[in-house]
Design a protein around this ligand. Sequence first.
Ligand code: ADP
Ligand code: FRU
Length: 317
Amino acid sequence: MQNKEVVLKVLKEEGKGTQKVLCVGLLCLDIVCVCQEYPIEDTDQRCLDQQWRRGGNAANTATVLKGLGSPVEYLGVIMGQQGRELCEDLRTGGVDIGNCVWEAETPTPTSCIILSASTGSRTIMHFNRGLKEVPLQHFSSVHLSPYSWIHFEGRNYPTVKEMIERVRDWRRQAKGGYPKISLEMEKTKPQETFQGLLSCVSLVDLLFVSSTVSQALGFSSKEQAVKHFKSLIHPTAVVICAWGKDGACGSAGEGSEVLSVPAVSPDKVIDTLGAGDTFNAATLFALARGFSLREVLEFACTVAGVKCGTYGVNEIL
Ligand code: ADP
Ligand code: FRU
C-alpha cells in the first residue's frame, strides 16, 4: 500500500474527531523559490517555480490537523495585510481563527525559502521586524473549555510559560486533565528564549524537541536527546524528538522504554518545508485518539513522509 493510502485508511477508521485542538504561535508569509539545486553564492539563475504560501509553525500544524479531520483553531497575532489574507485563507480551509489578534500596522513576518528540487532541502531566511506576540492578557480572556488540547510553539518566553501556567490553573479549577498541553522546542535563538523554554519542560504533557535543540545541548542522536529529556519531563508526560530522514524517537512516562522508528520516505523527497510541523500535527492527532507511542511515531512519520513528497501543507492528503 502507498504511504498516502495507509494514512487515509487510518483516517477512515478513526473518523472525524470532536475534540478541538488550539495551536498557538506564528503565521507568516513564505516566499518559496524552487531551484534545481541549492544555488552558488553570487550567481544569477532562474528558479523552476516560485510559490507564495502561508507558513509559520503553528499555522502549518493547524492546517495539517484540519487536513487530518480534527477540529482546530489557530491563535496568533496576524500582522499586515498579507497576514490578514493568509489568515482568511486558513479560515476558508476550516480552521477557526476567532480569537486571533489583528495588527494591521506591523509588517507581515516573511520567510524567503530556497527549496532544492534535487534534495527537497529547505533553507529558510526569516525576517520579522516589529514582530508582535499574543499578550498574556489576551490569552487569559480566551475561554478554554472547548479545547481538548493546546499546542504551543515555543517562542515568546516568558509569556509562553505564563500561558502554560494559565492552562494548568484552569485544569486545577476544572478538576480535570484537559486541555492537554504540548510544547515545541525547535529553535536555539534567542538564547534567553531557549534557556527559558528549558524551564517549561516539566509543565507539559507532550514535549517536542528538535534535532537543532538536541544538537545545541550536545546530543548527536534522537535517542540521546529523548533519554535526557525523559528525566526532566513530568512522569506521565511524553517526549518526542524528530530527526529528519533519521525518523523519530520518543518515550512515554517514567520507566517506559525509549522507542525509535525510521522515517517513511516518499518516492521522491521534493519539499521538506514544514515537515516538522506536519509531524507534530499527526502526533497530536494520534495521541488524542489513544494510539500507543509506537503507533503515534509510525503514523507521524508516515504523514510527514507524505508531506515531504508533496509541495506545501495544504494538500498532503
Ligand atoms: P523540521 O521540519 O522541524 O526540520 P524534521 O526535519 O525533524 O523537521 O522532520 C520531521 C519529520 O519529517 C521526520 O521525523 C521525518 O518523519 C520526516 N522527514 C523529514 N525529512 C525527511 C526526509 N528527507 N525523508 C523522509 N522523511 C523526512
Ligand atoms: C516551517 C516554518 C515556515 C516558516 C518558518 C518560520 O517550519 O514554519 O513556514 O517560514 O518555519 O521559522
